[in-house]
Structure formats: C-alpha cells, structure tokens
Design a binder for this molecule. Structure first.
Ligand code: COA
Length: 164
C-alpha cells in the first residue's frame, strides 16, 4: 500500500470515494437530506479546491495495485496551536478492518510530529462506530460539540484527541 498526496488532479477520485463511503456510513445516523447537504458542503469541486488551496488541508490517498482505497485529510498547526486536525478519514466499506485506517492515522501522526505538533484532534459524530476505532488508535473523548451547519442541520460531535 502506498500513499499519494492528492492534488487538484485527484479531486474526482476523492469525490468518487466519498460517494461510495458516505451513504453507508451515515444512513443510520443522518437524514438523506443532511447527507446530501453535507456532501455538497465538503466534497463539491469548489469546496475541495478551497480546502486545498486556501485552508491548508492536505489530502492523502491510499493506493494499492492502481486502486484507490480511501483518503485522509489533515491540517497541521490547527488554529495556530501545536495540534494537527484530522479533518476526514474514509476507507472503502469493503476494505474496513484491513489496516488502512490505522496506516492513515500513523502516517498523519508522523507528519504532525515532523511539524512539531504534539497532538492529533478530530470531530466524530456521537453515533459513529468509528469512535471505537479512534479509541483503539489511542484517541480519547475530550469534548462534546454541536455545530450549526445551516439549513436547520446540526453536527452532533465528540472531539477526540490523541497525544503524540
Ligand atoms: C473508521 C475507519 C476509517 C477505520 O478504518 P479501517 O481501515 O477499517 O481500520 P483498521 O483496519 O486500520 O483498524 C485498526 C484497528 O481498529 C479496529 N477497528 C476498526 N474499526 C473499528 C470499529 N468500528 N470498532 C472497533 N474497532 C475497530 C480494528 O479491528 C483494528 O484493530 P486491531 O489493530 O486490533 O486489528 C473506517 O472504518 C471507515 O472508513 N469508516 C467509515 C467512515 C467513517 O466513519 N469515517 C470517520 C468519520 S469521523
């Protein structure tokens, strides 16, 4: 398995992966309307270009035998602190449990440490099974956060952190 740093050339790959991963992940957690709204907010071409070009989000893709397996995005020095924010981590459903997520967290952890960051931080929906994955990876819940994302929708999250 290798890591490819995504550029604007890979936007359609990120979009195609999120189309396959988002609906099954959130079908039992969010309404279909909220899934469509959030996917547009996060994965439209304009949004991805802004994240990469202006907001300092880096996207990494995992690739094996020419196939893309998932992606992670991160931002070092988040809010000018010694924290790397893991904005997104998504692996194709058929490949869960095979080590890709762990590989992503370890890779981002190494990048964070090279940048002098001391902690990884992320938001996760309070009903998402990924919470147990994060606990296994050494994260702990530090806060509960409800974020108003417009159109009457809320993100009902935990903030989880992992010391590096
Ligand atoms: C969460 C996710 C990224 C984890 O990636 P993954 O490739 O399946 O995880 P890994 O195979 O690297 O698992 C690492 C360890 O965590 C464990 N683990 C993974 N998912 C788990 C879960 N839901 N509950 C409990 N343990 C879990 C694995 O068994 C493994 O343990 P081991 O080291 O003892 O074998 C992946 O399941 C995913 O993409 N989920 C859907 C999208 C999502 O919810 N993303 C997070 C949004 S905040």
């Amino acid at each position: 398995m290798k890591i490819v740093e995504a550029t604007e050339e890979h936007l359609f790959i990120i979009q195609s992966l999120s189309d396959k991963i988002w609906p099954p992940t959130f079908a039992d957690i969010l309404t279909e309307e909220q899934i469509v709204y959030m996917m547009d907010m996060m994965y439209s071409t304009d949004s991805l270009k802004k994240q990469m070009g202006e907001l300092n989000h880096h996207y990494l893709l995992a690739q094996e035998d020419g196939e893309y397996l998932g992606f992670v995005s991160y931002e070092t020095n988040y809010k000018e602190e010694n924290i790397t924010k893991v904005h997104k981590i998504y692996v194709l459903p058929s490949l869960h449990g095979k080590g890709v997520g762990c590989f992503f967290i370890n890779t981002v952890g190494e990048i964070a440490m090279k940048n002098g960051n001391k902690e990884l931080s992320l938001n996760v929906n309070r009903l998402n099974k990924a919470i147990d994955f994060y606990k296994k990876m050494g994260f702990e819940i530090v806060k509960t956060e409800d974020i108003d994302i417009g159109n009457g929708f809320l993100m009902e999250d935990y903030i989880m952190n992992k010391k590096l």
